[in-house]
Design a protein around this ligand. Structure first.
Ligand SMILES: [Zn+2]
Length: 512
């Protein structure tokens, strides 16, 4: 069973009303804007993001799940939502030949917004193997996987290391990749901004053996070296740091001095020591929800230098989950924002109440509700709301439960309605006699995982409706959560994080 979830927009709307500020916030402010405003006094900052790793060429963004059309193509809505949170540019990951071509087609549709990469992911690198049998859909050439998520082999069954890479297939694949890049650069100048995604992934040897992954990575690095000029690199490294760095140094020199345009190691989940080595080599670190899973992960993120940081969602995967360590920062940040807003509301409402004291006496006696009644109620509700918020992430389970969120939203909706001058009855604001109770019912604990308010409704794919996000399908508008968590972990403002990542990304990928 699930309790009703309240949209983040509802929460913000109520916060705006409660705080008695001018109702000029017709456009919703994201988490990060709230956080930034808190940390910087009155100077409002509108965050801007570039999602450096978003897999929009995955069929899931067309409503296709494992080959079945579950809902209409909603790619346009996904990109609109991204823009709405300030994610102005998206770099769509190309992870095999087919997928890289599709990514380029999306870039053509959204010039100046969507950019792409082209390369072959380690998990798609089995096509280099002598044992690889191309599927019928691959036209017998053995070059493609068809989509960025290959059909799932058994994780407990790694691919045999017995098979070598095939030289003939390799030359065909590399020639195809070279042609694809040349055609992209000719047909859509400026759209293809990086070579990749490529690298090593020893966590998923069930997609491709270690031996063939190393071969694929090396062959693609050779292609980068042969390019004039080179492209920046979009790299993937998972549980393979020593081999990963070793191969980069083999090809580009011990200080990567032959690497002309730099690169980013995206979706970083390695150790602090590994991260420092990558930064020392001049590489950038891409962070997403997978970078915040554990306390150890978060300790690593804390150490990423701002001038080496990039942000990404890696959607449809790697969402920031409230149950992960980083999610706690997100939840506590939101609660802190709510507390601050509620406290400000209480002060404003108390001031307003003081200015109209005689009328308030009437209200207290229950004789004649006046226009100030909602103000008093607002103060009370705000205080109650603030007192509800837990002091720290240690009480995560209750801090963000749907029940509690619902309580807050209900309270403020009532107040808002009355402020608007309607006669909607409200037991809280119009009941004569005792003052409104400050302590609402205890939140119900019906879900295992805490939730954070969302801007848009999120539904299961089977229940898709226009304008809704799909549960568990991470998308680029969620990058504001990544920015918020990184800022909270590092103890800096969202503005510092966003601006640093923006500058780094524009500099490396030559975006304007
Ligand atoms: Zn990756």
């Amino acid at each position: 069973m699930s309790l009703p979830r309240f949209r983040y927009s509802q929460l913000l709307r109520c916060s705006t009303r409660l705080s008695a500020k001018p109702s000029s916030l017709s456009r919703l402010r994201p988490f990060s804007a709230m956080a930034s405003k808190q940390s910087q006094g009155s100077s409002a900052y509108t965050p801007r993001y570039i999602d450096i790793g978003i897999n929009l060429a995955d069929p899931i963004f067309r409503g296709l799940y494992h080959g079945k059309q579950r809902h209409p193509d909603d790619l346009g809505a996904v990109i609109s939502r991204a823009k709405e949170v300030g994610c102005q540019k998206l770099i769509v990951t190309g992870s095999d030949l087919t997928n890289s071509k599709e990514a380029l087609e999306i870039a053509k549709e959204y010039p100046g917004v969507v950019y792409t990469t082209a390369g072959i992911h380690p998990c798609s690198s089995a096509i280099f193997s002598s044992s690889h049998k191309p599927r019928a859909s691959e036209g017998g050439e053995g070059h493609t996987e068809g989509q960025s998520t290959p059909c799932d082999p058994d994780p407990s069954q790694p691919i045999s290391e017995d098979h070598d890479a095939c030289p003939k297939k390799t030359s065909q694949i590399i020639a195809s990749l070279q042609n694809l890049i040349a055609e992209a650069q000719a047909s859509t100048p400026g759209a293809l901004v990086a070579f990749g995604e490529f690298g090593l992934d020893y966590d998923r040897l069930h997609y491709c053996s270690r031996k063939v992954q190393l071969h694929s990575f090396a062959a693609q690095l050779d292609l980068v070296l042969a390019m004039k000029p080179q492209l920046p690199l979009f790299l993937h490294s998972r549980a393979a740091h020593a081999d990963f760095v070793g191969l980069l140094k083999d090809k580009f020199g011990p200080r990567l001095e032959r690497l002309e345009k730099g690169g980013v190691v995206h979706s970083f989940t390695g150790t602090a020591e590994e991260m420092r080595e990558l930064m020392d080599l001049g590489l950038y670190i891409g962070t997403n929800g997978c970078s915040f899973k554990t306390a150890e992960n978060c300790d690593v993120v804390k150490e990423i230098k701002l001038d080496r940081l990039m942000l990404e969602t890696d959607g449809p995967w790697c969402e920031v989950r409230p149950s992960h360590e980083g999610g706690k920062y997100l939840v506590s940040k939101i609660n802190a924002d709510r507390e601050a807003e509620a406290a400000a509301a209480a002060v404003a409402a108390a001031e307003a109440a003081e200015a109209t004291e005689p009328q308030n006496d009437n209200v207290e006696a229950g004789e004649k509700p006046t226009q100030e009644t909602p103000v008093l109620a607002a103060a009370t509700a705000a205080l109650a709301s603030a007192s509800l918020a837990p002091p720290s992430s240690s009480t995560l389970g209750s801090s963000s439960s749907p029940g509690q969120t619902g309580t807050t939203a209900t309270t403020t909706t009532t107040t808002t309605t009355n402020s608007a001058g309607t006669n909607t009855p409200s037991t809280r604001t119009h009941t004569p006699g005792p003052k409104p109770r400050r302590k609402p019912p205890a939140p119900k604990q019906t879900k295992k995982e805490p939730e954070v308010p969302e801007r848009w409704k999120s539904v299961k794919k089977e229940k898709w409706v226009e304008g809704a996000m799909v549960k568990s399908r991470n998308e680029p508008c969620m990058i504001e959560r990544v920015g918020t968590v990184v800022a909270a972990i590092k103890g800096v403002s969202v503005e510092e994080v966003c601006e640093a990542a923006w500058e780094n990304t524009c500099r490396v990928f030559k975006l304007e």
